[in-house]
Design a protein around this ligand. Sequence first.
Ligand code: NAP
Length: 255
Amino acid sequence: MTEMPAVEGSELRGEVALVTGAGRGIGLAIARELALGGAKVAVVDVDPATVDSAAASLPGEGHRGYSADVRNASEVQAVVERVEVEVGPLSILVNNAGITRDNLLLRMSEEEWDGVLAVNLKGVFLVTKAAVRGMMKRRKGAIVNIASVIGLMGNAGQANYAASKAGLLGFTKSVARELASRGIRCNAVAPGFIRTAMTEKLPTEVVEGLQARIPLGTLGEPEDVAGVVRFLVGPRARYITGQVLAVDGGMVMAG
Ligand code: NAP
């Protein structure tokens, strides 16, 4: 696909965003997009080697990198507290960190099941719980959870991943209902197949097979997801909460 033009703006000026798994891939594209909109971004990733360079690569000033494992409640709490002191009071949270450990059901180990649920679902719970405390006091916040079309349609060999992402949709809708009266919106984006390290692992014939199932005929780019996240956390989405928006070239059509 042709390159997505970078759109500078100011609609997120004064906002402070925390993006998990933002050292690379879709998370880094989301961090860049929110920075382009004027937000200060806390780049959080389990890999300490990537966070500082990722934060330094973002347009604008005031961004910082933090290393934390989203599975670890005390690390998550400590990072949220540091971000609120060092970057500013959080008003945007993007739960993007996620992993796959694919296997057919009968071959899937408990470790593969627990590992995926721990990052993709429990990690989102821990980060959201830590981040919303301040948002609730300030009566202002926007949360976007990065789910997957696999959570909507299922996929052979990904029962753990599909369950985690379907669970994330229920979590999103519950948080949206629970926190709407506190001025906090919560939505989910469900990407289809996006060109990142996660999909680079796939053999060429698998990618060709996937492309044949995508009505728009091509894999998406991280920027396709990032632009939608920027819209959902911004002022133009102020009346949208509890929604799931698929960014998938038409693989799953709502209705
Ligand atoms: P990616 O390139 O593998 O990036 C994921 C990032 O999350 C990595 O930087 C990773 O760090 C970090 N991470 C992993 N475990 C973590 C933990 N416990 N705590 C904090 N950070 C952690 O993946 P991606 O393709 O950009 O995917 C981003 C999100 O989009 C995921 O939630 C994924 O499920 C979702 N998604 C992706 C696609 C796709 O086609 N790519 C499609 C649908 C949904 P390390 O590398 O150091 O582990």
